[in-house]
Design a protein around this ligand. Structure first.
Ligand code: ACO
Length: 330
């Protein structure tokens, strides 16, 4: 039995925040942001809109496209670094409730931007072991709730949104998740961190006044490790599976920074037309980035049944992961 990525869906909030909008709140320019990151726009959720609201809308679309009954879903996992509630209930429980799935296992996964590919690894194991048959994976983020809009080094990078996929059992290897490599190294934890609101710095007025509830990032150092790790990860997974770069139909990297994507793409000699870029219009949506990019390729007609996708991601922790996935949808 194999695990197949049977369908994809996404949701983006209506509000668009442009680089010009950032010029009004921090000392930056459209030119700087485009040149250093490739980002032009990002979507920002409405004040009352939560991560689970967006995740549920993306999930509805994925379920509909999979053509399955939602009652046949036997596991719900949500990857997010911006859950509706810090400790409990999990965002996966809230999404399950919003779409009317009851009495099935539901939990969140914390791996920052690598969350969606980490979940693919779990879904593959659950299905190949025979424990589950239809799994709903959601990557959803309201990162605007974690961003310090006075810190020009981070605020310009992030956006909100959600992506979802149904992973189902199949006996067809040509429509299966072939392999997932996922890894982490906690020695880099301080380079990309939301220090506050956990057990180390519990919520307090002092903690909030210091701004420890917001994302802090040593951008330049993150950049260098990201390029090195993303490249190595791709080389490793292709070699392990005896697959050549030219066998890949679509290279779908984490959408954090156009310069990171281009550095990795050039090192690996992937042609531009086989690479998916969404960073320009959505910015970095962390755990939602990869499923939103897969969804864009699907809706543009670039992703076809049986196509071999190479996913590659990197995030806080540091965590990183890559996957070889044959698209099982229609
Ligand atoms: N506008 C104008 N100037 C700026 C801005 C801005 N928005 N932000 C920083 N600068 C300035 C800095 O203050 C610095 O000025 P100085 O030389 O006077 O000190 C100068 O620009 C250069 O700063 P760097 O940080 O060296 O700029 P860099 O070229 O590295 O670009 C960036 C910064 C865009 C953040 C880049 O480092 C990056 O993309 N890093 C990786 C981000 C990432 O991939 N994160 C991983 C995933 S995220 C996750 O897991 C949640």
């Amino acid at each position: 039995m194999y695990a197949s990525l049977k369908s994809i869906g996404s949701y983006v909030p209506e509000k668009i925040m442009t680089n010009k909008d950032f010029e009004k709140i921090v000392d930056t320019s459209d030119e700087w942001i485009v040149q250093r990151t490739g980002i032009k726009n990002r979507r920002i959720a409405a004040v009352e809109q939560t991560t689970s609201d967006m995740g549920a809308l993306a999930a509805d679309k994925a379920i509909q496209r999979a053509g399955i009954d939602k009652n046949d879903i036997d596991l719900v996992i949500c990857a997010t670094l911006s859950p509706d509630h810090l400790c409990m209930p999990s965002t996966a429980c809230l999404i399950s409730d919003k779409i009317g799935i009851r009495d099935v296992m539901a939990f969140d996964l914390s791996a920052a931007c690598s969350g969606f590919v980490y979940m693919l690894s779990l879904a593959k194991a659950f299905i190949e072991s025979g424990a589950k048959k239809n799994i709903l994976l959601v990557g959803a983020e309201k990162i605007s709730s974690l961003v310090d809009y006075s810190d020009r080094g981070t605020c310009i990078l992030f956006g909100d949104g959600a992506g979802a996929a149904i992973i189902s059992a199949t006996d067809d290897k040509n429509r299966a998740i072939l392999d997932v490599h996922a890894s982490a190294d906690g020695k880099y934890s301080d380079l990309l961190i939301t220090p506050g609101c956990g057990s180390k710095y519990p919520c307090s007025t002092e903690m909030m006044n210091e701004g420890l509830q917001y994302i802090k990032m040593a951008g330049n150092e993150v950049f260098k490790v990201a390029v090195r790790t993303l490249t190595k990860d791709v080389v490793d997974i292709l070699k392990t599976n005896d697959i050549e770069p030219e066998d890949i139909d679509l290279f779908i990297p984490h959408q954090a920074n156009l310069r990171i994507i281009e550095a990795v793409r050039n090192k690996l000699k992937f042609p531009k037309e086989k690479t998916v870029f969404t960073v320009e219009k959505y910015g970095n949506t962390s755990a939602a980035s990869i499923p939103m990019a897969i969804n864009d390729a699907y809706e543009d007609g670039r992703l076809k049944s049986g196509d071999l996708m190479l996913l590659d991601t990197f995030g806080g922790g540091f965590t990183w992961a890559s996957a070889l996935v044959r698209f099982g949808g229609n």
